[in-house]
Design a protein around this ligand. Structure first.
Ligand code: PAF
Length: 294
């Protein structure tokens, strides 16, 4: 399929199947819309690796808690078509809630383990909602590859675990986070912030960077690493911290960190009424410790 300037807009499962007949190698970029440069990077990667690029835009009600921002989540289909077209997407799949969850819908996908700490404990049901909609999108689009941003690191771990556990025939590709010049990770929710607030919200990535620098300098004690980040965050009075955690590839916190490229430092906080998350690899160039178990 040749990349179109404006992707074809498809809203039903039937039209999707027709549009994807003879599509070759299909890449899916699942999103909730209000597309930005981070999403564009995912689509560009899919464009480079697949014959047909599908971006889904669906604000999934099942992954929002009752007091979260489902009602005001930013939506702009015209803008999404434009960004998706410029990034080389062929199809934009935009189902409505009734298509995804018709009357009588009764199935929930629940991933244990990696979905339980951090976001999982603070946002009960969130990852069930994510796993359920992602599995539905994978079943509807049947892509060869699905692309997810590393900004939602725990989500990526949950999706990988689900795909592995349920033998879903797709390759999950994690794509590094795109940041503003200040270091702030791009997110559709940044649209809730003014330019000045976004500048101050970069304190999250500064804290992560400080923890990473300490780890790369040889610090291995998790409590001391956390304290390095907490000291940076303490300088921002507008910040209410949910967590700052150093976790291994199974999302578990250990007293000491291993030389493992999967070890990650994650942060979640509320600033100016907006909940923001971010993460970095703790030891980006790490080789696993000699003798460490598989
Ligand atoms: O990361 C997101 O935008 C959403 O959680 C996803 C993966 C599209 C599922 O709704």
């Amino acid at each position: 399929m040749t990349p179109a300037t404006t992707p074809r807009l498809v809203t039903t499962a039937e039209d999707l199947r027709t549009a994807l007949a003879n599509a070759g190698r299909v890449g899916l970029v699942p999103t909730m819309g209000y597309l930005h440069e981070g999403h564009a990077t995912l689509m560009e990667r899919a464009r480079a690796e697949c014959d047909t690029v599908v971006v889904s835009v669906f604000v999934n009600p099942r992954q929002f808690g009752p007091r979260e921002d489902l009602g005001r989540y930013p939506r702009d289909l015209g803008r999404d078509l434009h960004v998706a077209g410029a990034a080389g997407a062929d199809l934009l799949f935009h189902p409505d809630v009734g298509t995804m969850y018709p009357p009588g819908y009764a199935t929930n996908v629940s991933v244990g383990g990696v979905s339980e700490p951090l976001e999982g404990s603070l946002r009960p049901g969130h990852f069930d909602g994510v796993a359920t909609v992602v599995l539905k999108l994978l079943n509807l689009v049947r892509p060869d590859r699905a692309y997810f941003g590393e900004k939602d690191w725990q989500q990526l771990a949950v999706v990988r675990r689900m795909v592995r556990d349920l033998n879903v025939p797709v390759e999950v590709v994690g794509v590094p986070t795109v940041r503003e010049a200040s270091g702030l990770a791009l997110s559709s929710r940044n649209s809730y912030l003014t330019a000045g607030q976004r500048e101050r919200a970069a304190v999250l990535s500064k804290a992560l960077r400080a923890v990473q620098t300490a780890a790369m300098g040889g610090e291995r004690d998790t409590a001391r690493l956390r304290q390095v980040g907490l000291d940076v965050l303490a300088g921002e009075p507008e910040l209410t911290l949910d967590y700052l955690a150093v976790v291994d590839g199974d999302m578990a916190e250990r007293e000491r960190v291993e030389n493992d490229p999967m070890t990650r430092v994650l942060v979640a906080a509320r600033m100016f009424g907006v909940r923001l998350i971010d993460n970095l690899p703790l030891l980006p160039d790490a080789e696993p410790d000699a003798g460490a178990g598989a």
